[in-house]
Structure formats: C-alpha cells, structure tokens
Design a binder for this molecule. Sequence first.
Ligand SMILES: C=C(O[C@H]1C=CC=C(C(=O)O)[C@@H]1O)C(=O)O
Length: 375
Amino acid sequence: MIEDYRPGSFLLTSPRRAVLATGERQIVTEPDPDELAKRVTKLLVDSDTPVAVGALPFDTDAAPHIVLPEAARWSGPLPASPREPVGAAVSVEPVPSRAGYARAVAAAVDSLRAGELRKVVLARSLRLTMAAPVDVRTLLANLVSDNASGFTYAVDLPCASGRRTLVGATPEMLVSRTGMTVVANPLAGSIPREQDPEADRAAGESLLASAKDRDEHRVVVEAVAEGLRPFCRTLAVPAEPSLVKTTAVWHLSTRIEGELRDPGITSLRLASALHPTPAVCGTPAAAARSTITALEPFDRGFYAGAVGWCDADGDGEWVVGIRCGELTEPVTGPSTMTLYSGAGIMPASVPELEVTETSAKFRTLLRAMGLHLDG
Ligand SMILES: C=C(O[C@H]1C=CC=C(C(=O)O)[C@@H]1O)C(=O)O
C-alpha cells in the first residue's frame, strides 16, 4: 500500500490495518467538536465517500483539518521492507537548546511544587534543513519497518504555498470505535531503552516501579476515563499499568475499554472529547496550556494533536500525533523537517533526565531518516 502513497495522500497504519486516502473532495475546519462531528457525519452519509481522514491540532481553538477524500482503501497490517536512505541534513538547530529546555523544565518544576499544576508536558524541537527533498514514501516504509506495533502516519496539512506534511510513528492510540466498543490506550511515564538486553529489562522494570512515573501515568488514565465516562454505559479501567516498548523507549500503558451508550457518538466526537489528554498537555488543562505557551518557544501546530479516520457509521481510529516531524517543502529553497519531542513534567522531575528522555524520543524519526544524530 505504501507504494501507492503520493505527496498529499493520508496514510495511517496500525498493527491491525492500514488506510490510504487520496484526493480532497471537501475540507472541514469547524473547531467546535459537536459541530465538527455532525458536519462530517452528514457529509459522509450524504455522499458516497467511505471515510473522513485528517488531524486535530494541539490547540483546540485552532482549526482542525478533516478531509473527505476522493478515494480511500484499507489493507491488513503493512509488512516490513528493506531500509532505504531518506536524505541528509545540512544543518540541525535544536529549538530550544538542550540547556534552554532544561531551564524550562526547572521553571515548570517550580510551578508544580508551588501547587499551581499537577502535571505539564513540555516539548522541544529539532529543525533539520535537508540537503535534498525528502521522499516521504521511503520515510514511511522505514517507520513501518521499525514500528510494527505502533501507528505510522502521514497527513497533508494546510499550507499557503508549497507543501506541509506531518509524518510520524506514534505508539499511542487516543481512541478507537468499532460498533459500540470504544478503546483508549493512554501512555505516559517513559524511560529510554538500553542496548544490553539485561540492562534494558531492568530499565523497564524500574519504570514500572517508579512512583514519579506511575503518578504521571495515573493523571492521564484518570482524565481519559473521565472523558469517556459520559459517553459509555460500561467502562473497564485496569488498576495497574503495564509496560510497552518502542525501539527507543519504554512506556507505562493502560488499555481502557467501554461500551457506548449512544451509537450516534462517532470516533471523531470521542477523539475531540479526549484531546488533548494530559499525555500531551497536563492537569489542570488550562493551567498546563498557559505554562506550555509561556515556556515553549514555538507553536505546536499539529504536533501533539490527533490523527485518524472516521467512517459513515462512526467507526474509526485516532492516534496521538507524537514521535513525528513536520516536513515543509517551499516552492523554492530547501525542505525543512522539524522534529518534536515532549515529556511529562512532575514535581519530582529532574531536568537533565527529561532532556535525555526527549532525546530518546527523537530517535524514532532520526533512525527512520537514517540520521545518526544525538538530539
Ligand atoms: C509528548 C510525548 O510523549 C507523551 C506520550 C507518552 C509518554 C510521555 C511521557 O512519558 O512523557 C508523553 O506524555 C512525545 O513523545 O512528544
């Protein structure tokens, strides 16, 4: 299926299936969640378009980008393929610097200890100026090969001229709806993987035992359960997190499953009810958002948003838009790829460890691009 990806297409793969959508019949940018879900469902029911695809930005006041494509098709999980080079970077600019990020984390820890906040997620970026155009199809194939148990995606984003594409491989599913069954799988609490298998296992176990990480995780599970409860007749929330791993990091994970009260609630409506969870924002959400605005020197755009699809029955799958880069291809001049990586900050956070954790998270994209850089 990846062979058929073209610039401008939408692709989302999961361990169960992949969806590829091409062309744009209509774009919906309504920010109100109820209105957005209603409008998209009406367009799907009134047309022969099988699915709507797209992304919600991090900022819930900003416009979503939901597309009714010309054509869409599903396949089973995508196979791994031989790795191919993607392209070299001529310059790499960390924004903020690693030291600047450590200072922002220290400032957030001060606010957390003062009791204004319970948790906040702070991100940093790496701006890569590319020596040659990036072949997104090859990048996607490399991401799929490295992240068989994750969700690889490419979304075309609104752009005044040239092209902007969000590309990534996230381990985190925000929410899926299949008939009356709703599943959410929040992740939060992380530790970098180790090369040595014994040390790697020990790192995972230390994460599972870490009080700071379990608190950081609990905040997200509580918010997701609270967000789903009004829509669900039943909701099963495991008391204990489990471990999941990507090639770069271990995470704490909790799979929540519920049964919908009302078949009219679509996967898109559920996604916008949950987004942004404290896995990307914090608690309380409004205070966390102001802290993010004050401490991060960039606009997140669609990083830490949601990416997914919704069909005419309301079924669909939405993932958290992390472990990604935003590729900007201007009409003239070099392409840039801005990678984003964030970490949940708690009162017990140590700034240098959050720098190391965000470095490890950059590796998902750096590795798939064939770049051996220490972000
Ligand atoms: C915000 C990111 O990760 C989130 C998801 C899983 C674990 C996280 C953590 O442990 O900090 C983050 O909350 C990111 O990768 O940019």
